[in-house]
Structures are given as structure tokens and as C-alpha cells.
Design a protein around this ligand. Sequence first.
Ligand SMILES: [Zn+2]
Ligand SMILES: [Zn+2]
Length: 267
Amino acid sequence: MSTPQPYEVHALKYAHHVRQARENFIGGDPHDGPMPLDFFVWVVTGPGGTFVIDTGFSAETAKARSREHIRCPAASLSMLGLDPNAVTDVVVTHMHYDHAGNLDKFPKARFHIQDSEMAYVTGRCMCHAPLRHPFSVEDACLMVRHVYGGRVCFHDGEETLAPGLSVHHIGGHTAGLQVVRVWTKRGWLVLASDASHFYANMNEVRPFPIVLDVMKMIEGYGTLRKLADSQEQVIPGHDPKVLALYPASKPGLEGIACRLDLGPKEG
Ligand SMILES: [Zn+2]
Ligand SMILES: [Zn+2]
């Protein structure tokens, strides 16, 4: 098999939430202290096409959930030279409100989702408030509309979407959580989304407390490492360290968007 052409990979921050370390680990944190979350969408561009990974949430949702909304993730794609009206492929890692809002802001896109995630958000588990809480019925209804509109690509497990870009089912955090593996100049990189919120969750094997199946979440940390060329090449879904570690996507986007395929900054 020939080597695929490498992709550029960007992380774009669109929201922030201040919380304590004890809220980020099952069993709390012995040291505690502030451990905020950043909220990202990701953009992968290359000869195989352009893929937007997750769609973030809206300003209205941020207000309802007391999150600090910094910018509309769809409109902000213009900072990376992308028009959301022209995006053709969106990977939805899972249907939580912070990953699958704004589904109406990509009029030409097909949405890539796991069978098991769609079954989860439209099935019996949503009768239970603790499982339902991180989802929005509006997002779920919109995704059902996209199914009926012929705009959803279902995947079951592992699927190659383009040479050098594939999705992989992990589960654990939600029933159908999938991660994205992408070929870059530095080898295989994995966008873990909520398979690991922070570097500490996977690297210290301390699972995040929003979880459907703890064993699958822990096993998922091993899968992430196997899919990437190194532990460093696994990018967590909500860690503010990501923006600090990687170079800005272009001058002027410091603290807003960074280039993950170039590797961490020196020093
Ligand atoms: Zn989530
Ligand atoms: Zn999340």
C-alpha cells in the first residue's frame, strides 16, 4: 500500500469552563485546585479532502449550561480559511452537547457517526437523567432529520474515510464514541476527543467521571496509544495544555488555534 499524503491538523478553541481537578477524575483528586476545560473543534485538511471534527455548541447553549462561549465554532472556521457553508464532511465523535451542536450550520455536509452512538441517543438510555444530561434533544432531533435527509454516513467500528484518515470506535465515555486517526508529516496522530479529556486521564489511567462503561474507557487509553505513533501523538479533547504546547495555526491565532501536525513548540 502506498504511503498517503500527510494532512494538516488544527485545533480551534471556542469555549472555556473553570472547574476543579476533583471533577475531572473518578474518585476525585488528592491535590485538587483549578483544572479548567477548553472546548475545541478540529480541522483536518489535505489531498484526501477537508474534514471538520465535531461542531461545538452555540452561545445559547453556553448560557444555559453556564459555559464561557468565546466564539461560534462554525463561523470561526473562516480564521482557518474555511467556509462552513462549503464543508462536505463532518465527523461527529459523539453526540454530547459540546461536540454536536450547530448541526444546522453546515448545509452541505455529510455527518459521520457510529451506529452505536445514534442508537444510544435515540434509545432507552435517554430515559435516565444522569445519562441524558450531557445530550441535547435538539441536537439529537437535528441528527435524525439529517438521517432522513440522506446526510448521515453510519460507521460500525473502524472505517477509512480517505487515504490516511480513519475513524475508530472506542465507546466508554458514550456508547458510540469514535476517535480520528490521521496521517501527518510526523506519523500517525490521533484526535482522541473525549476518549481522554486531559493528558492526565489517559497517561495516568485516571478515568473521567462522565462515563457509560469504565472498563471500555480504560481499555480505550490503550487503543489510543496503539493507533498513534507515540503517546505524544494522542491529542486529548479538552486539555488547555494543547494550545500551550503547539504552534499557532498562523500568526495572530495564538491562544485560538494551533497546528497539531507540526509537533510541540521547542522549549
Ligand atoms: Zn463527551
Ligand atoms: Zn466533551
